[in-house]
Design a protein around this ligand. Sequence first.
Ligand SMILES: [Zn+2]
Length: 398
Amino acid sequence: MTSTLFTGITELVTNDALLEGADHSEHLGLLNDAAVVVQDGLIEWVGPAAQAPPADQRQQVGGYAVIPGFVDSHSHLVFAGDRSQEFAARMTGVRYDGGGIATSVNATRAASDDELFPLVAARVAEMRSQGTTTVEIKSGYGLTLVDEVRSLQIAAELTSETTFLGAHVVPPEFVDRRSEYVDLVAGEMLEACAPNARWIDVFCEPKSTSAFTEDEARTVLSAGRDAGLGLRVHGNQLGHGPGVRLAVEMGAASVDHCTFLTEEDVEQLAAASETTVATLLPGVEFSTRSPYPDAGRLLDAGVSIALASDCNPGTCYSSSIPFVLALAVREMNLTPAQALLAVTVGGAKSLRREDIGVIRAGNRADLAVLDAPSYLHLFYRPGVPIARTLEPGGRHGR
Ligand SMILES: [Zn+2]
């Protein structure tokens, strides 16, 4: 029960709309020359350094900016194998259609638990080293009952935000028996995976043979809901499609990608903004040479948005939220403040969490520190590793 007072914070981004004395002009709850007290993994006090209460120990942050740790609400970290050749081919003009997932499925099935766990743990550590404090991890490269179960067991050792994605693609052995695979995912596989999953997700696209149709996706999501899991959808990535409509209809917490949206999709998302978050994954557009969705347009329409990495071996093998932030501002019509809100408060909302994303007494002490005087440097200095998590007793500065 040791309390720690962090002082020397040049600029504190709290995201707390109710914090007295803070600058609320861009909804970041900005405080200069601030201090934070944490104890037992929770925030105890936030305010101006001059008013800080005593604590058991004091830690000088040393003139840097502190922000809420990033909430990466969409990742696929449980996989083995390497698809760098596929990436290189795509960069020379080969279009992505989702088929390359089978490569990762084969490698993941072939890897033992002892081989797979360290790979996933290293990816989580890589995220933390860049300022991410919450990560959602999906299964989806096993696609057999046994391999999906062990994927989720590994994920559950590293995060509480685990997602069963048996409906990632139709595996090769089921291509001529799609309905049998849907029955397996919505039946026996779900039952075996549910104890280690908080969420269920489906890759829903109309034009791809490897993804799932609207009816198939509805079957899987309904079964997941009956099993007590929250709902997420991969939708509207490869073209216009039913993903957004289905997510809104079923009250999913998040519909992810949203690369191709009609006016009707945007209206539906705006009307469902309290329930369903549109999670944008610009690292995928970058890595697949796809057009970026206009996130500014979504905000103007009243849609709730999040930004996440989608870290995966095929369409975006980057775990870097700062990279995502730079893309969001440069390519997706967001201001730096809007982008930062989307990877903190937005990510938290898409995971239906209120204890993260905002630096406020009572919330988790999930903090990130920047080697910079202001959060603006996240965007101003793209590619420079200035963000990392901040913990009592941890290292500061370089
Ligand atoms: Zn994904």
